[in-house]
Design a protein around this ligand. Structure first.
Ligand code: NA7
Length: 545
């Protein structure tokens, strides 16, 4: 196909749509808008190639914890049948290569300028166009601005005292320098979230010594990764229609059946059996949502899961003092984690665990890191696995100005707002893939749902000659209220994590997700279309005033 020369359909604009980002979201948006709707599209990506999250997070051990067969696009049946994978989970290089194949298949790179960031975006109320300025100094205009900036891409790099003094190599996992060799090095890792645990498992066998600086102990279950045979994969491929039907009608979109059985409705013995079975199969989301229906809503159910994992930690870790340091005591209500033999790492002679909640990091020194007890931990490499400023982090770092010149940074100073995880009142024709108040799920199926809604909506807006498409503030407020109510019916707000911005010092702890699940979210998207977008102001192309 060759749609590079689609004629612009927006009077007075350079393009019909500007797409920012080349991860799952941005790539699919370019395909839908350029190849299917025939719009004139320009895309920017600050990395050197496609991949999004998977371009930047090249740290050792990086892996998706959604199973390979559903960690991909579902919209193209031929692409699904061509899919090749070896193991139950995909590594970062495999995902990057998959996204490269998608870009090739749909000839997407041609629309992109790489190594170029959107520096600012301004909505002009007279023309109803967005004006986007890049860090290369180019300014272009378009009716629609579609951003796929990444849910987790603005890195959180704590500003420790002396951070610039370190003479060794210091890096954040989310900006991993290619070619880094940890073999035989004295390595320190700050952070034991999903990323930290993966990098710890991968680094322990190769480092001369690994020191883990843990602030919060975390629940972890085995991932259970294993090779998948050609027969298993063929069976999956022959069932894809039913598989995606199940995924789209589930809550978490991970491909497993979510439990409908409350934990306390069964005997203690049966609970133990169910937890053990899930432990043996592996998978963090499966353990949290596939065992019982109320682990994240009922404290007694939650405590039962916590007790089970703590018992496992004490069994798996030889040194009782280390085992206790690794045992979380809070609720099991953060993003559920899984890794390959994570707790067993601490039985190795070359691994030590420092509890930096009781003994905080005081200073990064030339030679390493000094904790409050005065010990200087000497290191060759210091890895920050300290996470991200999730959801709104990228939007508040750039200048995005809507009606009246108000910026997202100003509007979101007390926490982000938004509608359907894509729209923000006062910012017409801005479509944010994985924006605030979107679904909390495995991401590719939600991204597809969003990009398809965006594409359908833009198509409708051209057909109906809508120049400015903006959610009604009251409709947005009702959606946020629904999200807040649902979130507070769960235990998630009771744990401090990035899900509520609680990982960023000084940031308000706030609801940012829709916790009703993908099926319910897709219904909301369908309803908005069926009502002919009754929740939106659709300003016609020609001004009547
Ligand atoms: P997370 O889950 O936010 O984890 C970050 C880790 O870094 C966590 O253990 C934090 O401890 C720790 N941290 C952060 N700041 C500090 C300071 N100042 N001192 C010590 N320790 C600190 O990020 P990940 O990258 O692991 O995962 C994010 C998501 O990306 C993941 O869930 C996947 O969906 C993809 P804390 O727990 O806050 O005490």
């Amino acid at each position: 196909m060759n749609n590079s020369d689609n004629a612009v359909r927006t009077p007075g604009a350079d393009y019909d749509a500007i797409v920012v980002g080349a991860g799952f979201g941005g790539l699919y948006a370019v395909h839908k808008l350029r190849n299917e709707l025939g719009l004139k599209v320009k895309a920017y990506e600050n990395a050197g190639d496609v991949g999004g999250t998977w371009y930047w997070n090249r740290y050792p051990g990086a892996l998706s914890d959604t199973e390979s067969y559903v960690y991909r696009f579902s919209f193209d049946k031929e692409l699904l049948q061509q899919g090749a994978w070896k193991n139950q989970y995909l590594t970062q290089p495999e995902i990057l290569s998959y996204l490269g194949e998608v870009a090739d298949r749909f000839d997407l790179r041609r629309s992109y300028t790489f190594n170029t960031s959107m520096e600012s975006a301004r909505f002009d109320e007279q023309t109803n166009l967005w004006h986007v300025t890049t860090d290369a100094g180019e300014t272009v205009s378009a009716r629609n601005l579609v951003t796929g900036l990444g849910l987790m891409s603005a890195i959180n790099k704590p500003d420790f005292k002396g951070v610039d003094n370190f003479q060794g190599q210091l890096m954040h996992t989310g900006r991993w320098p290619e070619g880094t060799d940890l073999q035989g090095k004295r390595v320190g890792v700050i952070g034991t979230g999903s990323t930290g645990q993966q990098v710890i498992v991968a680094t322990a066998p190769v480092a001369a010594h690994l020191t883990v600086f843990q602030r919060s102990a975390q629940y972890n279950v085995p991932i259970g990764n294993h090779p998948q045979s050609a027969e298993e994969i063929a069976e999956i491929k022959s069932n894809y229609d039913a598989i995606w039907e199940q995924v789209r009608n589930s809550a978490l979109a991970f491909g497993f059946e979510e439990s409908t059985i409350p934990a306390m409705s069964v005997s203690a013995g049966e609970r133990e059996r169910v937890f053990q079975e899930a432990w043996d199969i592996g998978g963090g989301f499966r353990f949290m949502f596939g065992t019982f229906s109320d682990i994240t809503t009922d404290e007694a159910a939650n405590n039962a899961a916590c007790e089970f994992v703590r018992k496992k930690i004490r069994e798996l870790v030889d040194d009782p003092v280390t085992a206790e340091k690794l045992c979380p005591t809070d609720l099991y209500a953060k993003r559920p984690l899984c890794a390959h033999k994570y707790f067993e790492v601490y039985n190795r002679d070359n691994v030590s665990l420092v509890n930096v909640r009781d003994n905080p990091i005081e200073e990064i020194t030339a030679k390493g890191l000094r904790t409050a007890d005065g010990v200087e931990h000497e290191l060759d490499v210091l890895i920050f696995a300290t996470g991200f400023e999730a959801v709104d982090g990228n939007y508040t770092k750039i200048h995005v100005a809507g009606r009246g010149g108000e910026t997202l940074r100003e509007k979101w100073k007390d926490g982000p707002t938004g509608y359907l995880g894509m729209m923000e009142a006062g910012f017409p024709n801005l479509f944010m893939i994985l924006g605030p108040f979107g679904p909390f799920t495995s991401l590719p199926p939600s991204i597809e749902a969003q990009v398809e809604w965006i594409s359908d909506t833009i198509k409708r807006n051209y057909k109906e000659e809508v120049a400015a498409f903006d959610v009604k503030p009251a409709v947005q407020e009702a959606w946020q209220a629904r999200c807040i109510e649902v979130a507070h019916n769960t235990l998630f707000p009771k744990a401090d994590s990035w899900i509520f911005s609680a990982n960023i010092p000084g940031k308000p702890n706030t609801v940012m997700f829709f916790f009703e699940g993908l099926a319910s979210y897709r219904q909301a998207l369908a309803q908005s279309k069926e009502s002919n977008y009754a929740g939106f102001n659709s300003q016609p192309l020609r001004r009547t005033t």
